[in-house]
Write a new protein. Structure first.
Length: 534
């Protein structure tokens, strides 16, 4: 729209729009500043240069299928060479009706549509971009924005009705589009020949009906057929592409919806921090998940179970490496529980389980080391041996002490007051040492000892670590989202700029109306004078 304002020489409106755009864009800083300031510890790092694996990256030929509801675009997706659904499909009627668009409409209104064309062009470039570009991945995710522009352009183009001249030529072009579309979809998945022929027959009938209604009734009749045809096409393709019709493999497909009541009841014995070692690739995983014995993804959060692994999509690198977790928070190898009972390291006297304050462990049968049961420390016991899993519990609970888990020397916790973003301790250190907290050392943590700021560091498994001097001290730990204050300041300044800008804009419009300021006002006054002279 800004380009259109420049073309029409509406300078004041253009400046106002730029300020509004910058103000709205400032809100993005609330998300991107914390993300960028935390990127140093993430398992998924932003790529420093463009990369292309072809994953979920459409090609131009895939976009030609925007009106083919049976076409599965040929790009890497879900461990396959093509997508499992028609992800580049927009609407059945767009391509067949293109020959009937009145080209003169665009010649007359190109200035008012220039911003829409630029918007479409920008997102077309993003759809065809490399599969990874800095923080952005999988270009297919942007296709909806490109199709919004296509849909608006198409709607505006047919709003005045379809062209009525050269009917034979236009009918030939529409027939060619339909025939080629049928061939193109069949060529990609010839095993679905019957389905493609059904779609082809429906599209031919729907297109013929749409043109007939347009000639007999007009644009209203055309719209009725477009909507009705969409309902029919959706009813045909939905069963064919429904989730249950695909087999992605156990690594990507849980397939069962878990009943939270079943999960909660089955796991009510799990207390404190919980580690679940399981794998979707096990043949009996589906049954184990359905029974509630095995929890996957973020179901544990919905069930109120504090599992160490959650699907965040980014991960904390040092923590994930220590427990062999993938980006979904699931163990990659069957020895995560073995690592859990190894020494924490870093001079701390205890295991990794101690450092994480783990109270309960669930191990899927068949997904563990052969000597798994023999390495369990004496401080732990097997409390359940069921069809699908072992359940382990710590014999003695942790002493109250906030989230402090281990210390390198004799440091007593006299009292503690802990919350997710704040912790205050009274400690008595018989000698100088370090405290390890069951908190991931995300950027943003700050600490004071007796009111004096002290540095924090990253300890074993990426946990928060703090050095404590000899003696009795008050220790305070606080977490503040990094980049949040600059982001809020930017939003506040943007809000003020919007208010001030609107005031100045309104004053400028008033002055412009008298012909003393803006080019827009002068242009409007000249037009008024011309009309008066006529």
């Amino acid at each position: 729209m800004g380009i259109e304002l420049l073309l029409y020489r509406q300078w004041l409106r253009f400046v106002n729009m730029v300020f509004l755009g910058l103000a709205i864009g400032a809100v993005v800083l609330l998300v991107f500043l914390p993300l960028m300031e935390s990127s140093s510890v993430l398992m998924r790092q932003p790529v420093t240069e463009a990369m292309n694996s072809g994953y979920l990256r459409p090609q131009l030929g895939d976009l030609f299928a925007l009106s083919l509801p049976g076409f599965q675009p040929h790009f890497s997706a879900w461990y396959q060479i093509r997508d499992v659904v028609p992800s580049t499909y927009l609407a059945w009627f767009v391509a067949p009706l293109l020959p009937w668009i009145n080209i003169g409409f665009f010649k007359e209104r190109w200035r008012s549509l220039i911003s829409l064309f630029l918007f479409a062009g920008l997102y077309l470039l993003l759809v065809l971009a490399p599969s990874e570009l800095w923080l952005f991945r999988w270009p297919l995710r942007t296709i909806e924005y490109f199709y919004v522009a296509v849909a608006v352009l198409f709607s505006v183009a047919i709003s005045g009705g379809l062209a009525s001249n050269h009917r034979k030529i236009r009918l030939g072009a529409t027939s060619a589009i339909l025939l080629f579309g049928y061939y193109y979809a069949w060529a990609e998945t010839p095993q679905n020949a019957g389905f493609h022929f059904l779609i082809f027959a429906v599209l031919v009938a729907a297109t013929a009906t749409a043109l007939l209604f347009n000639w007999k009734v007009g644009i209203k009749g055309l719209v009725v057929v477009m909507v009705s045809g969409t309902v029919v096409v959706t009813a045909i393709i939905t069963p064919h592409y429904f989730w249950t019709q695909h087999e992605f493999g156990y690594d990507a497909d849980i397939r069962q919806v878990q009943d939270l009541n079943v999960v909660t009841d089955r796991n009510k014995s799990l207390t404190g921090n919980v580690l679940i070692q399981s794998s979707l690739s096990k043949p009996d995983s589906q049954a184990a998940i359905l029974s509630g014995d095995i929890i996957s993804g973020n179901v544990s959060a919905a069930a109120g179970i504090d599992t160490l692994g959650r699907y965040t999509g980014i991960g904390f690198s040092a923590f994930s490496d220590a427990l062999y977790l993938d980006y979904r928070g699931a163990p990659v190898y069957p020895f995560a529980v073995t690592a859990l009972f190894l020494p924490a390291g870093g001079g701390f006297n205890g295991t990794l389980a101690d450092s994480l304050r783990v109270d309960s462990v669930v191990v899927q049968k068949g997904f563990h080391n052969d000597n798994f049961l023999s390495i369990i420390p004496d401080t732990w016991e097997v409390t359940s041996d069921d069809q699908y899993r072992y359940v382990l519990h710590r014999k003695a609970s942790f002493n109250p002490g906030g989230t402090v888990s281990l210390a390198t020397s004799d440091i007593a916790i006299l009292n503690a007051d802990s919350s997710p973003h704040h912790e205050e301790l009274r400690v008595d250190a018989q000698e100088a040492g370090s405290l390890l907290f069951a908190r991931l050392a995300w950027p943003g943590y700050r600490a004071t000892i007796d009111g004096q700021s002290v540095p924090v560091s990253q300890g074993p498994a990426g946990l928060l670590m703090l050095d404590v001097p000899l003696g009795e001290h008050t220790v305070v730990i606080d977490y503040r989202t990094p980049g949040l204050r600059p982001g809020l300041a930017a939003v506040a300044l943007a809000s003020i700029a919007v208010v001030v800008g609107q005031i100045l804009f309104q004053r400028g419009m008033v002055l412009g109306g008298t012909g003393t300021t803006s080019g827009f006002g002068k242009r409007r006054n000249r037009k008024s004078q011309t009309d008066a002279s006529d």
